[in-house]
Each structure stands twice: as C-alpha cells, then as structure tokens.
Design a protein around this ligand. Structure first.
Ligand code: DLL
Length: 432
C-alpha cells in the first residue's frame, strides 16, 4: 500500500532530476528572501542560480541549530508572516528555543508526507489511531494528527499523559494504531500489567513510534508485550517534524521522503561524505519547504544509508534506525558509548526489565559509568548469589560490547521514573 505511489516508487534517475530542479529553486528562494543565507552565500562567492548538479550543494555552508537560535524567532522565515499559518518551536534541554513556520502549502505537504509514513506502516482509512504525542509547540502531536486525517483514519487526539485514561480509551474506542514515543509505549504496557489487563484483548494492531532513539531489542519487547507491529518513524522540527522518514512493514530501515528532502551522510569530524553505507551524521536540505527552507542542516543524528532495493517496492532510500546523536554520545575513558548500545545488551539478558539509567561520574580524574537497571521482582528477592551472577553477566556483556568496564546496580521493579514523552536516561555528573 502506497499513499503517493508515483513519488514513492520513482525511477532513481527521474528522482534525481526532480531533486536538482527543486534544489535550484530552494537555493534561489533562500538567497532572495532570507538575508542570513544571502549574506553567507555572498561571503563565500556562491551563486545560487548557477548550481547545475546535486554535488554542487557540497560547496554551500551548513546550517546549525545555533543559527536558528541566533535568528530567533522569525529571522530565517522565507515568507512574510501573513503567509505563515502555523508556528512550532522546540525548546531542547539547553539553550534558547528555536522557532519554525509553515505556509498553507507546507501544511499540505507535511500532511501528505506523514500520510505516507502511516500508510507504509500499515495504517488505512479503516484504522482508529490514538495520537499520544504531546499537542502543542512540539511537532509530534499536530504532525501525526494532520497526516492521519489526510489518510482518512479515525483520529483520537488524546495527546500525551494520563496513562490509565489512554488505556481506557484504547479499550472503549477500539484503537487499532498507537502513535507515541517508544518509551511511552513501554509505560503503557507496564500500566496495563498493573491493571491486570491482557493487551491481546485490545484491538491494537500497529504502533508507530519515533521522536527518540530506540533499539531493535526494544522493538521486540514492545511487539511482544502489546501484540503489535511496531514501526519506527523519524523527523525533526527544524526540517518539518515527523514525516521525514518512516519504516514500511519490512521493518528494516526508514524510507526517506527524498523527493522533499536531500540527505547527505557525513563524517562528523571531517564533514566529508562517508563511504556509501557507512555510519555518519545525517545532513538534510529541504527541497519544497516554503516558509522555512533549510540548507544543509546538521541534524547530529547518526545513521547510515541502505541503498539496496526494498521488497516493498518503494525506491526511496532507507536510513538505518538512528543510532544516537553525535552529541548524545558519551565519551567514557576516551571510548564513544551510545546509550542504545547499552540498551540492546540489557534487553537481551534474561531477568532484566527494559528500564535503565546511565550515570556518569568522574572519580579521581577517571570516568565511571554506572548502569542502573530494573530486575524482575522474583530476581530481587532471590538469593544474593543469583543477583551477583546477574551483575557479572551484565558487566561481562557490556565490557565486550563497549570495550570498557562499567558498574552495574540492580534496582527493584518500578523504581526508575517512566516517560510519557521523550525519555532521558542519562545523568552525566561530570563537569567539563
Ligand atoms: O521529535 C519530531 C518527531 C515527532 C519525529 C514524532 C517522529 C515522531 P524534535 O522534537 O525536533 O522533533 O526532535 C528531533 O529527535 O534530531 C532525533 O535526535 C530524535 N528523533 C526523532 N525521531 C527519531 C527516531 C521530533 N525515530 C530529534 N529515532 C531528532 C531516533 C529520533 N531519534
């Protein structure tokens, strides 16, 4: 099932032609309407009207989150405010908020691209879709909402939070597709268990999860506990929000909506393209955005492109699930560690629960990583010996995965805080 078959299954040659045309238009658009880009291009002697190949884009400068902050709130808009019909904003955990705007045309494109993602994941107009992302300045709620309506599904705009009510509604309204962060899906599974409910009694069939990194092991856990097919979808407010890329039912990489977004994967240190298929930082240029076009945005998200044909028939290149952010990456004793690597190991070990925290300290000038992980109740009350064996197993597996030693602390079930939106599982107490 496709939403826009012609675009999703285009010949690569035709797609590249379309991308170039749209790139030329976008570059001209920003140099005409956005002083920030105009000045930068001028400084570097770049003439937007003279771009004759996609590779030419590599001469153009990057856009950073800081550039959005410096131009807060409306400095990077390419249309007058009277043509903007929606504003979203992302606060992030540090620094000033960034603001993005959408024209009427952008909202239409956005809805279609989210409809593509939903459709690829199996959602049809017959589905009842519960949107448990926050509605508001965050793009998750409204983005998915408009896409689901565009598709013609029945939308329950419940927003995030109030988990018991979520479950009640899921039961009463016969929800077939759940949309939220993977963390929240797990929390819902926990609360269902507390309520003594069997998720198999629900009508739920699909889960579309995104907005934060998660592992394959976490997907399996969610699938098993909720009895659904969970797919991954990716996006970011600076580029559009959800709808940038999404998995089809092959569940093996996210198809990028390349007719609207031009992607590069670069080595985050040298900023040169990585070898095809290698891991690097995703850099995105919008090709059709009217109100808020962005040139070479450094996402900080790490992934790799999967160019092999997909059995689903879509020709849109896939990106591997995001492995983490280059700035989420912990450097511990000089070794790069991604929280998702640790998550995969923990989820694979019998006796642990899928809830953990990573605490980083500096003791006597040396980094120390402590992994706190919940264990199943029976294990906690078991003999000390069993607990010690479990700690040893986790330590060994993590040491071989990460190449460094870590401390492991077992904690009782339900002691770590649960998340309704994006999870934050790392506490870094080091001062840099
Ligand atoms: O999280 C947009 C979104 C909403 C995507 C709902 C999917 C579903 P921001 O709040 O601006 O926008 O955060 C963007 O979240 O750069 C990634 O680091 C991370 N992220 C988003 N989707 C995924 C995913 C939305 N599927 C930032 N896997 C991005 C891993 C993700 N990380």
């Amino acid at each position: 099932m496709y939403w826009q078959q012609q675009e999703e299954c285009m010949e690569r040659g035709d797609l590249q032609k379309l991308q170039l045309e749209r790139l030329q238009k976008t570059l001209t658009r920003v140099s005409t309407h956005v002083p920030f880009y105009r000045n930068r291009f001028k400084e570097l002697n770049l003439d937007a009207t003279k771009v004759t190949s996609i590779e030419h884009l590599r001469d153009f400068p990057f856009t950073l989150k800081q550039d959005l902050r410096d131009n807060y709130p409306y400095g990077l808009f390419a249309v007058p405010l009277r043509d903007v019909v929606r504003v979203h904003s992302s606060s992030g955990t540090t620094g000033m908020a960034t603001v993005v705007g959408y024209s009427q045309g952008d909202i239409k494109t956005w809805s279609n691209l989210v409809a593509r993602v939903l459709c690829a994941a199996g959602v049809t107009p017959d589905d009842v879709i519960q949107i448990a992302f926050g509605y508001g300045l965050f793009t998750g709620g409204f983005g998915l909402h408009y896409g689901a309506e565009r598709l013609g599904a029945s939308v329950i705009p419940i927003s995030a939070g109030n988990t018991k009510r979520q479950i009640q509604i899921m039961q009463d309204f016969k929800t077939t597709a759940l949309v939220c962060t993977p963390s929240y899906a797990l929390k819902m599974a926990d609360v269902m268990m507390d309520l003594g409910m069997n998720p198999n009694g629900l009508s739920l069939r699909y889960g579309l999860f995104g907005a934060e990194p998660w592992s394959e092991a976490m997907r399996n856990e969610i699938n098993d506990r909720l009895g659904i097919i969970a797919t991954d979808n990716y996006g970011l407010s600076e580029i559009m929000g959800p709808g940038v890329a999404g998995e089809c039912q092959e569940c093996n990489g996210l198809h990028i909506n390349e007719d609207h977004f031009l992607v590069e994967v670069l080595d985050p240190d040298t900023l040169q393209p990585v070898e095809p298929g290698e891991i690097g930082e995703l850099v995105i240029t919008t090709l059709t955005k009217e109100a808020f076009p962005v040139i070479r945005y450094r996402t900080r998200d790490l992934t790799r492109l999967m160019t092999e044909p997909c059995p689903c028939g879509r020709t849109l290149t896939r990106m591997h699930r995001v492995m983490g952010r280059s700035d989420d990456m912990l450097i511990i004793k000089g070794v790069n560690v991604f929280p998702t690597q640790i998550e995969s190991v923990l989820f694979d070990i019998e006796g642990t629960e899928p809830h953990y925290r990573l605490i980083v300290d500096r003791v006597n000038n040396e980094d120390k990583l402590t992994v706190m992980v919940e264990v199943v109740e029976s294990m906690f009350f078991d003999a000390m010996k069993k607990q010690r064996t479990l700690v040893d197993t986790i330590k060994k597996r993590l040491a071989s995965e990460l190449g460094i030693g870590v401390d492991v602390k077992l904690v009782e079930e339900r002691t770590l805080e649960r998340f309704e939106g994006k999870g934050n599982r790392v506490i870094d107490n080091r001062e840099f």
